[in-house]
Design a protein. Structure first.
Length: 316
């Protein structure tokens, strides 16, 4: 039965469709005969306690010169028979938080929200990895510059980053005795911001690997984001090169540690970041790398996700 698929995303006119996972999801939903609706930026709202949005019917085309068309904007109320794709990129700021509260009311009205709004609030992408310490390298999260500096001295080399970044922004690599370490800590901690310090993992030279979980099941291939030149960050947004590979046994083991909690929490689509043998992040807001893996291995990861969405709605 056709569904109403409602997407909350960054402006669709500015995406790069060759790499945009949200676009892959929309193409698959349309291929299945579902009706697409595009929520205008900033147009989620509450009216008399009910979740609503200003939205337009959406058509998508896999054409880099003309990839979407919008119909007439209307008021849309959330309810049964709807799948809401919450695909706004971080930062997870106050406005994002408020949107998740609105989407919780959409969920209470009968819509399926992917990913679950409560989970989006609960699982900070850096901190969520630490729910699985058996998978992680030595890590400290603190506001105390002296403690962070001591952590770097203890481990010899560390990566330091804020809790709300994405795409490799504001990530620093520092060694014990680094004359720039005080400045790095002043930049990150500022007037009391929590900062994450993690032992540097030399395996980054082999790539920061993205493992995708669809309703708790790992995709059979991962995308290794490999740093280029003198850059230590593998993020594609920071210039990393994406190389697909079969998932390793260690990556399957990490996925098996994380998957039960994610599935139970309604996190149908999750991206795990793995460097070397270690889990470093659990991405729940807008996991990426679908287009790259589909292209390299002839997959249809969006199809796996819509299979899960349709199962969940059929079970309601």
């Amino acid at each position: 039965m056709p569904l109403d698929v409602i997407v909350v995303m960054d402006p669709i006119g500015s995406i790069k469709i060759a790499k945009d996972t949200t676009f892959a999801l929309l193409l698959e939903a349309q291929r299945r005969g579902h009706r697409l609706h595009y929520v205008l930026p900033g147009a989620l709202a509450l009216r008399d306690g009910r979740a609503v949005a200003r939205a337009a019917p959406l058509e998508v085309r896999d054409d880099p010169a003309d990839w979407y068309g919008l119909g007439e904007v209307v008021d849309l109320a959330f309810g049964p028979g709807q799948a809401v794709l919450m695909r706004k990129d971080p930062p997870f700021d106050d406005q994002y938080l408020y949107d998740t509260h609105i989407l919780s009311l959409a969920q209470a009205a009968g819509a399926l929200v992917v990913n679950d709004p409560q989970g989006l609030r609960d699982y900070n992408e850096k901190l969520a990895a630490l729910l699985f310490p058996q998978c992680c390298p030595p890590t400290l999260v603190s506001r105390d510059p002296a403690a962070l500096k001591a952590f770097v001295a203890e481990h010899g080399e560390a990566v330091l980053k804020p809790l709300d970044g994405m795409g490799g922004r504001s990530i620093f690599r520092a060694r014990a005795g680094d004359p720039n370490l005080n400045v790095i800590l002043e930049t990150l901690v500022g007037d009391g911001q929590l900062t994450l310090a993690q032992q540097f993992i030399p395996g980054i030279t082999d790539g920061d690997k993205r493992v995708l979980l669809v309703d708790g099941v790992p995709v059979d291939y991962v995308l290794a984001r490999i740093p280029q030149g003198d850059e230590f960050r593998g993020n594609l947004a920071a210039g990393g090169r994406g190389e697909g590979r079969p998932i390793s046994e260690r990556e399957r083991w990490i996925a098996a540690q994380v998957a039960p909690l994610m599935r139970a929490s309604g996190m149908l689509f999750v991206g795990l970041d793995v460097i070397g043998d270690y889990l470093t992040e659990v991405n729940v807001t807008s996991p990426t790398c679908v287009r790259e893996l589909d292209a390299q291995f002839g997959l249809n990861i969006a199809g796996l996700l819509f299979d899960a969405i349709e199962r969940r709605l059929a079970d309601d």
